[in-house]
Every structure is written in C-alpha cells, then in structure tokens.
Design a protein around this ligand. Structure first.
Ligand SMILES: [Zn+2]
Length: 273
C-alpha cells in the first residue's frame, strides 16, 4: 500500500511509534513487511549509507517501492542519513516517500537553510522530510561525543522550515551492541516545550526496554532500528553455515535468517504499539 499520509505524526499523538528499519536486501525487506502485515501496522523501510555503498539510490527505490506497493499495510521507503542535497533529490526522483537530510554536522544556519529548501521541494511532491539537530554518535566509529539537541534550535527550525519530523539527540547512541545508555527524558521534554514536531529517536539497540516503553508516551513518532535486526540476520546465518557445511545454496542458507528477522521485527513492532 502507498504511504498516503503522515503516519509518523499520527503515531506521535496517539502513544504509538512507527518503526523505521534499515534494509539490506529483499530478504529482510520482505520479512519486515510480513511482520507489519501480521500486526496491521505501517512500517518504514530505510536505505542507509551502508546499503547505498552496494546499490545506488535509484535501484533501492525501484526494488523497495515495488515491494511496498504490493504490501497490505502502508509501507514507506525512506532515505536514511543523507548529508548531500543532490542525493536527497535523487531519492525524491526515485519513488521514496520520505527522506532524511542530515545536516547535524553543519553549522546550525547552514543546516536550517538546506533543510528548509529541501522541505519545500519534498512537499511539492508529497514527500515527507526528516531533519536532525544535535549529534547522535556512532559507537562503531569510536565516537561517544553526545551533543544534545538544543531546544532553542528546534524551535527556530520548526518556525523557519516546513520540516516534518526531527531526529534528536537525548542520550541515544547509534549501533550499541551489548551495552545500553539511558534516555535523558528531561532533555527530551525541554525540546518538546519549544517544538511540537514529531520527534525521531535513532540508536534503538542501545535503549533500555523500560525507556522504550516510556518513549511511547513522549510524542515520539518514529524509532530507527538497524543493529538489532542486522544482528539477528547475521548471527542466524553464521549458525546455519556452521550447521550445514556442505550447503551452497544461498536461498537455503538464508531461509532461517529471513524467518528470524520476521519474528524479531514482529516483536519490535508489537512493542511499539
Ligand atoms: Zn541514525
């Protein structure tokens, strides 16, 4: 089904969160769609930088939009973390239903200027746009420099641009494995005092289960998931290869990974309802 309205805003105002899940092939895309269909919830398939290293923006758009159209629930195709405006435009030309312009590493004025321009272009074409303020570090790159989102900048960004969703830094860290960090709820509420945009939380693998539950009541519209699902796929694949050393058929080797990703996605989506 077509992603025909702002399900992220709708979720933010009804104590639910829409999951955005990083996709690396048709295998996990199909598994995530089936999980969403079982629960009858909308879901967002996201194309991140790693995925774009192996297949270009246009190819991902063609593959995922054709899968999304065949789904029985609304499925968005989303460009994740992109700091190049030209690549954001390529996604808009390739059927993506939402895009993220990540200007978080730029000076605020520059981030706001480009976000504002792209938001106007996106809205002319019925596409939603996510921006970011503050810094959500990547643990796998050895970054731990959390720079919290400034509530003041969030307010100005909302006033000056047509941005739809805002990714925030409130203690969350990307790609944590085997370790959790607490969400700074006070910082989150300070942002919300000044900015009413639906907020997006990245770095879900590092969030405590109880914080995850609390976030549902904090007007969060979208939660990004990558590492947890990626780990299920890879870990299952490894045990299948060890258990079946003679097997060479990738479809057979991946079938259990696909099933386990569907089950994991089902549990995650259910937890966000
Ligand atoms: Zn992210």
């Amino acid at each position: 089904m077509r992603w025909d309205k702002d399900y992220v805003r709708e979720a933010a105002t009804s104590n639910r969160i829409v999951a955005g899940i990083n996709i690396f092939g048709h295998e996990d895309a199909g598994a995530v769609i089936r999980a969403a269909e079982r629960l009858e919830v909308p879901v967002i398939l996201m194309v991140n930088r790693d995925a774009r290293k192996v297949l270009d923006i246009e190819c991902w758009g063609a593959l995922l939009t054709s899968m999304a159209e065949r789904a029985c629930v609304p499925v968005a195709v989303h460009l994740d973390h992109c700091s190049d405006p030209e690549n954001v435009r390529r996604a808009m030309d390739s059927g993506y239903t939402s895009v993220m312009f990540d200007g978080s590493q730029m000076p605020f004025e520059e981030n706001m200027h480009i976000t504002g321009q792209l938001a106007e272009e996106a809205h002319r074409r019925g596409i939603f746009i996510e921006g970011e303020l503050g810094n959500v570090p990547y643990s796998d790159l050895g970054q731990m420099d959390v720079r919290l989102t400034s509530p003041e900048e969030a307010r100005i960004m909302q006033e000056q641009t047509e941005l739809d969703w805002l990714a925030v830094s409130v203690g969350n860290i990307h790609r944590l494995v085997g370790r959790k960090v607490p969400i700074q709820f006070e910082a989150l509420r300070e942002i919300q005092k000044q900015c009413s945009l639906p907020l997006v939380i990245h770095g879900s693998s590092g969030i405590y289960a109880e914080d995850m539950q609390k976030l549902k009541n904090e007007h969060i519209g979208k939660m990004n998931l990558g590492t947890s699902i990626r780990k299920v796929f890879g870990d299952t694949m490894r045990s299948e290869m060890i258990a079946n050393p003679q097997e060479f058929d990738r479809q057979k080797l991946m079938s259990q990974s696909i099933q386990n990703v569907e089950d994991a996605a089902y549990q995650i989506l259910k937890g966000l309802l």
